[in-house]
Design a binder for this molecule. Structure first.
Ligand SMILES: *Cc1c(COP(=O)(O)O)cnc(C)c1O
Length: 225
């Protein structure tokens, strides 16, 4: 895990590289609340957590006055109820049963939850997400649920060897994103394309991403103990 000075420098460097082209989400899994709050003091206004239990543990200690929290990880249907009133967006909506449970819980809390549809752009069997050819139909389904607000798409492309970038997958995602946002059935605004992590955020932005999710390039290597 990096020191505060390193974290501050990394945030400044990444923001300069992005140069306003994409929003920077700090992926904060395994990062303690004190360091998250330091990153917020350095100008981070959006964090992403991907485990429900970890989010619930850290939630009371995170300075939320100027910061949005997105859920970005695999989400079990039976855990939606714990986060429905704590997150500003769920980026990882990858199946109908999950969407229906978010709809149910959001209705119960009398709120509308912004979401992204997660696309399995590499068609990997081990990865969650909707197959690219199913994306349009799935988005139509999401838009039919009154307590969900479909804001765009997210994807985690296959891990590839260093030096070979994910441009091909990013490019495919951009095409799907443009197609779907143009065939909008209602007037919900789909304007978020969440693509790119520490190793490839610049390539993602060159291919139309406007929200990058960066963890280790800010906080250093994760320690899972
Ligand atoms: C951990 C994580 C990231 C950030 O990964 P890094 O390689 O550390 O930048 C982005 N998106 C999701 C969904 C993650 O779980």
């Amino acid at each position: 895990m990096n020191t505060q000075i390193e974290v501050a420098n990394n945030i400044e460097k990444i923001k300069a590289e992005l140069n306003g082209r994409a929003r920077l989400l700090a992926a904060t899994k395994t990062v303690p609340p004190e360091m998250i709050n330091f990153a917020i003091d350095c100008g981070i206004d959006l964090i992403g957590e991907n485990r429900v239990n970890e989010l619930l543990e850290k939630y009371p200690f995170i300075n939320r006055s100027r910061t949005e929290i997105h859920f970005i990880g695999a989400l079990q249907t039976n855990k939606v109820k714990y986060i429905i009133d704590k997150v500003d967006m769920i980026q990882s909506v990858d199946r109908e049963s999950l969407a229906l449970e978010i709809e149910r819980q959001a209705a119960k809390h009398n709120l509308v939850m912004p979401i992204l549809a997660e696309i399995n752009i590499g068609k990997e069997e081990t990865k969650s997400g909707i197959a690219p050819e199913e994306a349009a139909r799935f988005c139509g389904f999401l838009q039919s649920l009154p307590h969900l607000k479909l804001k765009g798409l997210m994807a985690i492309p296959p891990k590839c060897e260093k030096n070979r970038n994910n441009g091909e997958y990013f490019c495919k995602m951009q095409k799907i994103f443009i197609d779907i946002s143009h065939q909008n059935v209602d007037n919900s605004i789909m304007d978020i394309l969440s693509l790119g992590m520490s190793d490839d955020y610049l390539s993602a932005v060159e291919n139309g991403s406007n929200l990058v999710r960066v963890g280790s390039a800010i906080f250093g290597k994760r320690n899972y103990n």
